[in-house]
Design a protein around this ligand. Structure first.
Ligand code: ATP
Length: 384
């Protein structure tokens, strides 16, 4: 059937790689711009995450790709084919929603077979069996959705979408309804399935850990625009904005005066110390800046004691709070200029825990610092 052929990834195989391309994609709701001239190229076969806080426009973006929302302007292409105004069912795209949307009266195998049967395909047994095997639910084929756990239902929803062999699978907060432990397990499962089937997955989430666990590439979205895009570790290690520094993990941002470039480093005067930031991690090179250091990159020792592998050191802090969280201990350290720094120290057992009130020095390796323009709000992207 014509539609069956259109909705398979066979087209892609015949025509070479087909990235999903959004160009100047915009969605306005009355006077409010939910998605603001978004440019994005998602390579075929990648696991791509759109990450951002509630209301940043990620679901609206996904809905435009699915054809459930009409863009105000801009285009959507899959390879050379423009799909901006195609009907949802004409697009080689399927969506998995947070609430599964399974048919309660049909058993699992019938739920999975649904898309093929709707297209008039009679012999679906082998494909359904393959899909159930892929999501490891072969033994549950005859159960009804209500007899399954949330995680199992989500895997059925995934199988039901994948059986249509879409070129692009859209996942809208797919693990949002699951409890934390199940969610972690499903993240690994989803990544395995994506690697196995090799389709483009576009995953929308506000959970930074979820995006980092699964995605090859993350686009961090804020107020309808992409703040930064890249591999999870690049974004984490080298954020370009205070929003990314705070939304993806946590950061200490210390105010400093940028003295300028010296070779391949930028020098910053922070609270009496002259710190150095590698040139490729410095996103400002004059005026005021925020010197950024991740909490786990800050080393701590009792005042006067030798810090293991020290770098730039600032003295005169004291511990105001200690939280033991198993693998690490998290300290809050009040610095002489009134700012509180976060320090996460791995519990290697090499020394005892520092008590509240202990006078401490902190230090960090210059290669782990980053530098941001101080015109940005230091609290942008922080959770309430
Ligand atoms: P969440 O994670 O909470 O779903 P999101 O990042 O996915 O957030 P969107 O659902 O894309 O955000 O919404 C972006 C903005 O557009 C929000 O401020 C929302 O209120 C607004 N919006 C979405 N749909 C409509 C609509 N149909 N009419 C008016 N405003 C809308």
């Amino acid at each position: 059937m014509a539609r069956a052929a259109e909705t398979t990834s066979d087209i892609a195989e015949a025509g070479g790689p087909r990235p999903l391309q959004l160009t100047a994609l915009t969605k306005e709701f009355a006077a409010f711009t939910a998605v603001d001239s978004l440019d994005l190229e998602i390579p075929q076969g990648s696991f791509f995450a759109l990450l951002g806080p509630s209301g940043c426009g990620k679901t609206t973006t996904l809905r435009m790709v699915a054809g459930l929302e009409t863009p105000t302007s801009g285009t959507i292409h899959l390879g050379d084919r423009e799909i901006t105004y195609d009907k949802p069912y004409k697009r080689p795209v399927n969506t998995v929603f947070q609430n599964y949307a399974l048919f309660p009266h049909l058993d699992i195998s019938k739920n999975v077979a649904f898309g093929l049967q709707r297209r008039g395909i009679k012999d679906v047994k082998k494909q359904v069996a393959d899909m159930l095997e892929l999501v490891e639910l072969t033994s549950q084929a005859h159960k009804k959705p209500a007899q399954m756990s949330g995680g199992q239902q989500q895997r059925v929803a995934l199988a039901r979408a994948l059986i249509n062999k879409p070129e692009v699978l859209l996942l809208d907060e797919p693990l949002g309804a699951l409890d934390l432990k199940l969610r972690r397990g499903m993240q690994i499962e989803l990544k395995r399935i994506q690697t196995e089937v090799g389709l483009t997955f576009v995953h929308v989430t506000h959970d930074q850990e979820e995006a980092m666990t699964m995605a090859d590439t993350i686009a961090v979205m804020n107020h309808g625009v992409i703040e930064q895009m890249g591999a999870p570790n690049d974004l984490y290690e080298n954020p370009r904005t205070t929003f990314v520094a705070n939304f993806l993990g946590q950061s200490n941002l210390i105010a400093g005066e940028i003295e300028g470039r010296e070779g391949d480093h930028v020098k910053v005067r922070v609270q009496g110390a002259l710190a150095s930031v590698p040139g490729d991690r410095a996103h400002a090179d004059s005026g005021q800046g925020w010197l950024g250091i991740r909490p786990e990159k800050v080393l701590i020792a009792e005042s006067g004691e030798t810090i293991d592998a020290p770098g730039e050191t600032i003295t005169g802090g004291y511990v105001t709070d200690v939280s033991f969280v198993g693998v690490s201990t998290q300290y809050m350290v009040r610095m002489p200029w009134g700012q509180t720094l976060m320090v996460f120290e791995q519990n290697t057992g090499s020394r005892r825990m520092l008590a509240v009130g202990t006078k401490v020095d902190v230090s960090w390796r210059p290669e782990y610092a980053f530098l941001l323009d101080a015109s940005q709000d230091a609290h942008a992207g922080m959770e309430d």
